[in-house]
Ligand binder design. Sequence first.
Ligand SMILES: [Zn+2]
Length: 156
Amino acid sequence: MPAAPARRPPGAPMVYLAAVPPHGAACDHHTCATPALVRVVFPRSRFDADGSPPAPGSWDSCDLHWPAFRDATLRNGHHITDTTGDPRQLLTEFPGWRIFRSDLGRLYAARPGTTVYGWLTAQLRAEIRRWQAGSGPVLPSGPAVPGSPQVRGDAP
Ligand SMILES: [Zn+2]
């Protein structure tokens, strides 16, 4: 009976720091170049050929490509930290809103009659504020948001 192979991960898990990209940043996905909504900064390999300390790498993703990038990152054992905050903060900042996350990682805030979303805590906060300021829902009004996730309870 063969012994289970020693499962040594290829490297220690890395922490990808997710943040709002600067205005004008474009998606780094091949040939995409649409406006990016999430930037992640991550450590590069441990050394460079010239011995200089490694500079962090970064990757910008658009609304379409972020979920796949996020999913691949998590499946490879790495972690993603939302540097813009913890979505649970929004529960106390905005009473009356339900805050939850879809399986794809998108954050939602919902109250009767409206739903807003963002990938990062800061984006969701901005969407809630924009809605409360009277500019109305960001999503088109209609019977339902196409592809909206089933509610899986409040934020993790
Ligand atoms: Zn893209």
